[in-house]
Structure formats: structure tokens, C-alpha cells
Design a protein around this ligand. Structure first.
Ligand code: NDP
Ligand code: 2IT
Length: 449
């Protein structure tokens, strides 16, 4: 299998994040490949790791001072073997093709674990929305979709938000899409409730993370009640992870953004979480302002020269990284383990670097990768697509019931797959194997396409 990695590295030497994502999959599915030599004979790995299509395009736009800018737009359509391409759009200056390919591959597996069959994609731009006015964001989104609209549609590819793309951006993207196509179809998810969105889509990824954690604890005869929890990030996934943890009786003591973290030893309550939502979603301010209002809390400024994040030094029972990939480095994992962390559940995709994951495995820390634990987002995206097709809307209670059942099912599938292949209890291995089997069987059934 090292030949596959070698070929990928030779062909696209700059895509180290993608090579790492491929390595994780190869390590996890090794026992499956041993049992099924026909998978290698049919070049299934080669097919799985080469996107079906990658769209690269120019995004020109004008800022409020009438300056022109050009960014790169990308959509990686990785696999449609089991359903239309599905996955987020990320607007962040760190975006590269390698990162988007790794997220698209992640989504192939994640989406295969959900009850509704969906293919995998991811896209975005190196555009930085931070500090931009609403009109600048609108012009950028309109220019982005003026090209992307040709490639997407409710039966082809259905984008959603991700870092830097929330309700505001989906509104602008969908509005322009609708105008260009002259049709109102469910070609994006994450839409507002008033115009085709689903109840709880905004909350889904974070709530799903907590439902997954609750399943992991229940399997050990425990619950979230009273557990001290660290949550990183302060965006969509982090806010709703913290909110649901508090609702389920846990004590959440931290959140963060790219500038630093807040630590409130007393724990958050619903009023504090509402304050944070207003701070981040409406005022679009920095998380550090929390300590101006709640003076018992402390602000831990992020020192980018350090190879660890001070947030992960805080003692906790459970850690929920919900900001971005590789935010838990080996050093962070060492701090968490030394402080007795029991559970690490990823809200952000690939939140833990491979060396950190290795340490969790060595020390027996219960660990769930994003491709299983944050699948709640795409579970409810699938429900939004189903509601759009039927032209009806389900209540929040109905969606929540389906989300919870979906997360329970994913947890069970991961454990069953891990057990079947001799790695009982390993959710990382189980998630990769369960997703892999669903997709490669579809590829075999459908011939060489
Ligand atoms: P948001 O843009 O809403 O929030 C992202 C948060 O993470 C912000 O607080 C941001 O800080 C912080 N952050 C982003 N990049 C970095 C970085 N390089 N270093 C430190 N902090 C950073 O995004 P989401 O909450 O939607 O996404 C968070 C994670 O969850 C991502 O990994 C995403 O792929 C994953 N995810 C999202 C889903 C969704 O439905 N939205 C579904 C499943 C997974 P700042 O405010 O300073 O930028
Ligand atoms: O990475 C992800 O799962 C998302 N950003 C959401 C994808 C989706 O299509 O709901």
C-alpha cells in the first residue's frame, strides 16, 4: 500500500494533508484488504483516492473601496458512488487544494455512515471573510456561485457551509444560484427555515457530537452528567456542542477562537452561551470580550510560536475540539492525557494530528474522529434534502429524533465494523471500515466508471 502513497506524493507533492488523510484510511482498512484481494485487483483504492472531478475557478470581486481582488474557487467532487456529491464550502485564507481534497475524502466516509446515502465533496476559497462588510461578502458569494452554479444541483452536488460559511453566506450563494438557474430547488443545504431550510440544521453538527459522546459514555455505563468538558472553537459547531453539553448536565468551561481561549471555571449556562452566540454571530467580535462581561473568567491568548495550545492544558474529563484540523498536536494530547482526560470527541474534522491520535490509542483514551462524531451536520443536511424533495417540513422534535437515532446508528456501525475486523472498541478504525465497505461495494457493483 505504500506504493499508493508514493504515487500520490509523486503526482501531487504539495498535498500533504491529503496524503495524511489517505494514510489514515489505508492503515484502518488494511485488515479488509487482506480479506478481499479483489479490491486491489479492481483498483478500488486508486479510484477512491482520485477525485471524480476537481473544479478550479477564478473568483473576481470588488471591495467597498472599489478595489478589485481575485481569489481561487474550488470544488472537489470526490465520489458519487452512493449518492450525489455532498459537503461543505470553506472560506478561509489557509484553504489549499490539499486541505479541500482531504476534507472531501473525509466526507466520502462520513456521508457513507449516515442513514441517507450521499456522495462526498468539499470546496471553498482562500478568501478571508474576517473584517469584510456584508456587501463585500455578498459580492464575493455572488461571484463564487456565478461559476459554481454550472456544476451543482439537487441531484448532482449539494454544497453546505463550513468554516467561514454560515447562514449569511448560504443566503447570498443560494439567492444568486436561484436567479441564474431560474428555479427554486434544494441545491444548497443550511438554508434559512423561512425558505427551504430544516429545523435544527444549524445546531445539528454540535448536537450530534454530544449525542455521539453520550453513546460512547453509555457503552461504558457512564453519562455526561457532571463531566468537566473543554470545547475549542466558537463557531457553529463549538457553540452547539457547548449548548447541548450544558443541556445534558455537563460542565463546559472553555471556548476559543483563532486569537485565544476563554476559561470560565464556574462553567457556562444558557445565558452565557446566548451572550457568546450574539458576540460571535451578530457582532462578529473576538471571544476575548467574554471576560469583560464575566470577570471570573480568564482569557488565554494564543501564542502562535508555541507548538501547543494553552487551552488543552486545562484539566478535564472530556475534550471536544471544534475549531479546525490538527488543532490537537502531540504536545496538547500529552497534556490532556497527563490530566486524566477520559474522552476525546472531534467536532472539527481531523482535529487531532496523527501523533496525537496515536497517543490516545496507546493510553486507551476513548477517541472518536470527526468523520464519525460530527456526522450530525450531514445527517440533518440529508434530512433537509429529503424535506425539500417532498416539499414539506418536519418539526424540530422530529428532526431531533432522527438526528439522535442517526448518531446512535453511526456509533453502532463503527463498533460493529471494528469488532468484525479484530479491532474491538476502536471507533477510528470502525468508521473507516464501515464507510469504506459501503463505497467500494458500490464501486464494484457499478463497473469501471
Ligand atoms: P465556523 O466558521 O462557524 O467556526 C470556526 C471556529 O474555529 C471559529 O471560532 C474560528 O475562529 C476557529 N478557527 C478556524 N480556523 C482556525 C484556525 N486555523 N486556528 C484556530 N482557530 C480557528 O466553522 P464551523 O463551526 O462550521 O466548523 C468548525 C469545524 O467543524 C471545521 O473543522 C468543520 O469542517 C467542522 N464541521 C462543520 C460542520 C458544519 O455543519 N458547519 C459539520 C461538520 C464538521 P475565528 O472566529 O477567529 O475565525
Ligand atoms: O464537513 C462537514 O460535514 C460539513 N461542513 C457539512 C457538510 C454538509 O453537507 O452538511
Amino acid at each position: 500500500m505504500t506504493d499508493i502513497l508514493r504515487k500520490l506524493a509523486a503526482r501531487d507533492p504539495g498535498e500533504k494533508e491529503f496524503h495524511q488523510a489517505v494514510r489514515e484510511v489505508l492503515d484502518a482498512v488494511a485488515p479488509v484488504l487482506e480479506r478481499h484481494p479483489e479490491y486491489r485487483r479492481n483498483a478500488l483504492l486508486e479510484r477512491l483516492f482520485e477525485p471524480e472531478r476537481t473544479i478550479l475557478f477564478r473568483v473576481p470581486w470588488m471591495d467597498d473601496r472599489q478595489q478589485f481582488h481575485v481569489h481561487r474557487g474550488v470544488r472537489v467532487e470526490m465520489s458519487s458512488a452512493i449518492g450525489p456529491y455532498k459537503g461543505g464550502l470553506r472560506f478561509h485564507p489557509s484553504v489549499t487544494l490539499g486541505i479541500l481534497k482531504s476534507l472531501a475524502l473525509e466526507n466520502v466516509f462520513k456521508n457513507a455512515l449516515t442513514p441517507l446515502s450521499m456522495g462526498g465533496a468539499h470546496g471553498g476559497s482562500d478568501f478571508d471573510p474576517k473584517g469584510r462588510s456584508d456587501t463585500e461578502i455578498m459580492r464575493f458569494c455572488q461571484s463564487f456561485v456565478a461559476e459554481l452554479f454550472r456544476h451543482i444541483g439537487p441531484h448532482t452536488d449539494i454544497p453546505e457551509g463550513d468554516i467561514g460559511v454560515g447562514a449569511r453566506e448560504i443566503g447570498f450563494l443560494f439567492g444568486m444560484y436561484r436567479k441564474l438557474r431560474n428555479e427554486f430547488t434544494g441545491s444548497f443545504t443550511g438554508k434559512s427555515l423561512d425558505w427551504g431550510g430544516s429545523a435544527l440544521r444549524r445546531e445539528a453538527a454540535g448536537y450530534g457530537v454530544v449525542y455521539f459522546a453520550a453513546e460512547m459514555l453509555a457503552a461504558r455505563g457512564e453519562s455526561l452528567e457532571g463531566k468537566v468538558c473543554l470545547v475549542s472553537g466558537a463557531g457553529n459547531v463549538a457553540q452547539h456542542t457547548a449548548e447541548k453539553l450544558v443541556a445534558m448536565g455537563a460542565k463546559v468551561v472553555s471556548l476559543s477562537d483563532s486569537s485565544g481561549a476563554i476559561y470560565d471555571e464556574e462553567g457556562f449556562d444558557p445565558a452565557k452561551i446566548d451572550f457568546i452566540k450574539r458576540l460571535k454571530n451578530i457582532r462578529r467580535a473576538r471571544i476575548g470580550e467574554y471576560v469583560d462581561k464575566y470577570s471570573q473568567a480568564v482569557y488565554l491568548e494564543r501564542d502562535l510560536r508555541l507548538d501547543h495550545n494553552p487551552l488543552w492544558k486545562i484539566p478535564c474529563d472530556c475534550a471536544f475540539p471544534c475549531a479546525t484540523e490538527h488543532e490537537i498536536q502531540r504536545k496538547d494530547a500529552e497534556h490532556l492525557v497527563a490530566n486524566g482526560v477520559r474522552l476525546v470527541v472531534e467536532g472539527a474534522s481531523m482535529a487531532s494530528a496523527p501523533e496525537a491520535v496515536r497517543l490516545f490509542e496507546e493510553r486507551g483514551t476513548a477517541y472518536a474522529p470527526g468523520k464519525a462524531a460530527n456526522a450530525g451536520g450531514v445527517v440533518v443536511s440529508g434530512l433537509e434534502m429529503a424535506q425539500n424533495s417532498m416539499r414539506l417540513t418536519w418539526t424540530a422534535e422530529e428532526v431531533d429524533r432522527r438526528l439522535r437515532a442517526g448518531m446512535k446508528g453511526i456509533h453502532r456501525s463503527c463498533l460493529e465494523a471494528a469488532e468484525r475486523y479484530g479491532r474491538a472498541g476502536n471507533i477510528l478504525v470502525g468508521a473507516n471500515i464501515a464507510g469504506f465497505l459501503k463505497v467500494v461495494r458500490a464501486l464494484l457493483d457499478q463497473g469501471l466508471v
